[in-house]
Design a protein around this ligand. Structure first.
Ligand SMILES: Cc1cc2nc3c(=O)[nH]c(=O)nc-3n(C[C@H](O)[C@H](O)[C@H](O)COP(=O)(O)O)c2cc1C
Length: 390
């Protein structure tokens, strides 16, 4: 029997293209409220059947066994719910957050709370949520109570509080990391790239390292990385808008300070560049959203930049002697097995997905990972069998 989120996702899939044609203000209002309610329901849902990822797809990184190379991106389960859901669906791992020191309500503008709009035919979406979350302490406590399901690892995404004085924000950030360390999480992701709050870096035109970023990384080095009592990898997530010339500088910074990986990355704000990928029937909503809210663009338009930035990172790392294990993670536009295969070929260790997960969930439901794995295994047996959804 189908679960409630599976039924809702499937019926919304047919309604979405019609809703996109409504007056944009109404469409954004409906999509934003609907997204919030749906994700809350999804996070509580527990599939009746447990799917085990095929052994061949597992990999051990930093001493942690990831059950497969793909799992949810940050922001899907901001408040630490959804573990049982994705662990039973067969995800490679689970990632909670992003959380901040103090709880955040999120953005409201033009009467819309946590604005969101999907562009289903373009396989992309906009969001201007503003990092809503209940705070490090509450989520760390929730995660500490979780019993692992079939060894599915747990990660936590954290950020310094935007709009907080730097001195306070830095202390809160590493205090949060310590709370997650004590909660027993397996890895931490530092979110340096939310376009919906002030202070996060990630401009396509910047070719110099941001001084605030350097200070934050140095603070994490002094108060967390050098003091970790166990092997607890910390990955840093940057924007998919990162200028390619910055990649070597970012990697030098992170490897020098003892971070464990890099993730490219977060949503994009280069609306004009991506406009060509928005189908004509969705342009009105796209233009309305980006003009009135801005926000971050996710999904298919990020496929190329995430692969290009990660490939660059892997290439740069392969020519260098890095003392500790340092891994590259890809997020942005992952939606089909061929994307994961492209990542594997480039030497990318792990993939995270958000927009593509929901697109696939709307037709595959709780078999969303299983379908991906079936195709990946088939491609390992017959490498030319995969087709991208173009
Ligand atoms: C509604 C929404 C909320 C998000 N919240 C976060 C967040 O809290 N932290 C974060 O690092 N990224 C967040 N992201 C970005 C995603 O983790 C991911 O980097 C981005 O969507 C690109 O991946 P995709 O193309 O698979 O969607 C969010 C994305 C969306 C669509």
């Amino acid at each position: 029997m189908k679960s409630l989120p599976e039924i809702i996702a499937r019926s919304e899939k047919t309604l979405r293209p019609l809703m996109v044609g409504l007056p944009p203000k109404i469409a954004v209002g409906l999509f934003s409220a609907g997204r919030k309610r749906f994700i809350e329901k999804l996070g509580q849902s527990i599939p009746s059947k447990t799917i085990l990822p095929p052994e061949e797809l597992a990999r051990t990184l930093w001493g942690i066994r990831f059950r497969s190379p793909i799992f949810n991106a940050a922001g899907m389960f901001k408040n630490g719910d959804g573990y049982a859901l994705v662990a039973r669906q067969g995800a490679g791992a689970y990632l909670a957050g992003t959380t901040t020191g103090s709880p955040r309500i999120g953005n409201t503008k033009h009467g819309v709370f946590q604005p969101f709009a999907p562009y289903p035919h373009s396989r992309t979406a906009s969001n201007w949520l503003g990092l809503p979350n209940v705070g490090h302490a509450t989520v760390a406590e929730r995660l500490s109570d979780i019993d692992r399901i079939n060894g599915c690892p747990i990660g936590a995404s954290v950020s310094a509080s935007p709009q907080e004085a730097e001195k306070v924000a830095l202390v809160e950030l590493t205090d949060g990391m310590w709370l997650y360390e004590k909660a027993g999480v397996d890895f931490i992701e530092l979110n340096e790239s939310c376009p919906n709050v002030p202070g996060h870096a990630g401009s396509a035109s910047t070719v110099m390292l941001d001084e605030n970023l350097i200070r934050r990384c140095e603070h994490v080095f002094h108060t967390f990385l050098t003091k970790r009592p166990r092997r607890l990898p910390v990955i840093v997530k940057f924007s998919n808008d990162t200028h390619p010339a910055l990649v070597p500088l970012l990697i030098d910074l992170l490897t020098t300070l003892g971070f464990d990986g890099v993730n490219f990355g977060n949503t994009s704000t280069t609306y004009q560049t991506h406009e060509a990928q928005i189908v004509p029937s969705e342009k009105k909503l796209y233009n309305y959203f980006t003009k009135n809210f801005g926000g971050g663009l996710s999904g298919k338009p990020l496929k190329e930049s995430s692969l290009a930035l990660c490939t660059l990172a892997c290439g740069y790392l392969s020519g260098r002697q890095v003392k500790d294990e340092f891994r590259v993670i890809r997020t942005g536009g992952i939606e089909s097995p061929s994307d994961v295969v492209a990542s594997e070929q480039a030497g990318i260790a792990l993939n995270q997905w958000y927009t593509g997960y929901f697109e696939n969930f709307s037709h595959d439901g709780n078999r969303v990972y299983q379908k991906m794995y079936d195709a990946l295994i088939a491609s390992m047996q017959a490498p030319t069998a995969l087709h991208s959804p173009e």
